[in-house]
Design a binder for this molecule. Structure first.
Ligand code: ZN
Length: 244
């Protein structure tokens, strides 16, 4: 069985389509939130996620687009993009976002956007934050996003000291020990922030616990042109070219 795990698409249809094509045939798509915000194609991205039957959770940018949170918690460019997105959402997109849960459990894995402790807001950037979060989910594996940086954190048996504890670079596969617990981040499809501008995703096999991070080139210039033409802040298209 193959599951495509994605996060932080951020209304970037070019990146999402490149990932869907590169991943090939999969049995399920799990999407860890922030499908909208920053990019210029929120409705197109949400329609594509519906078309592939993606199982999604809500992120802070979905809540911002639904006007469920105070935009003063966003930086100015993010707030402007959130207002633009709220305005652009079709009725179908609005309905889809309104029904998203903050967390779900699929095939013995927990799915959240930020962290199991605080699914909408908390960033798991440091190993000690990851460690605290193992108390807030019951499954052996939890997938999360929000940081836009691919990562693996393991809570492993003391006899297995070589646990992954942080960033994952480029294409990489990790064999997970059956008895251990993990917090895994696929990285961002539509706005990578690890100085690699390629779209990031993860392939997961629930049966073998095989876990493969992948990067794929996409048409960055096309995504940038759409953001520019939409009149969104310059920083939002500029950062796509440098992956920051
Ligand atoms: Zn995000």
């Amino acid at each position: 069985m193959a599951v495509l795990v994605i996060a932080d698409v951020h209304a970037n249809l070019q990146a999402l389509d490149a990932v869907l094509e590169d991943a090939g045939e999969v049995d399920a798509v799990w999407c860890l939130g922030d499908s909208v915000g920053y990019g210029a194609q929120p409705n197109e991205v949400l329609a594509r996620l519906r078309a592939v039957g993606a199982l999604c959770v809500a992120g802070n940018h979905e809540w911002a687009a639904l006007e469920r949170l105070d935009l003063r918690t966003f930086n100015p460019a993010a707030a402007e993009a959130a207002r633009w997105t709220a305005e652009a959402l079709s009725a179908a997109s609005h309905a889809m976002l309104s029904e998203l849960p903050e967390r779900r459990v699929e095939d013995r894995c927990t799915l959240v956007h930020g962290s199991p402790r605080d699914p909408i807001w908390e960033y798991i950037l440091a190993p000690w934050v990851a460690r605290e979060n193992f108390d807030f989910f019951d499954t052996r594996v939890c997938f999360f996003g929000h940081t836009h940086v691919p990562a693996a954190h393991g809570l492993v048996h003391p006899a297995m000291p070589e646990s992954p504890t942080g960033r994952v670079h480029g294409d990489q596969a990790i064999e997970l020990h059956p008895g251990d617990r993990y917090l895994l981040n696929p990285g961002s499809v539509g706005q990578p922030r690890d100085e690699d501008e390629r779209a990031a995703y993860l392939l997961w096999d629930p049966d073998t616990r095989g876990c493969q991070w992948r990067r794929v080139d996409y048409d960055v210039e096309a995504a940038q042109a759409l953001i520019r033409d939409a009149g969104l802040p310059d920083v939002l298209w500029q950062r796509l070219g440098v992956g920051r």
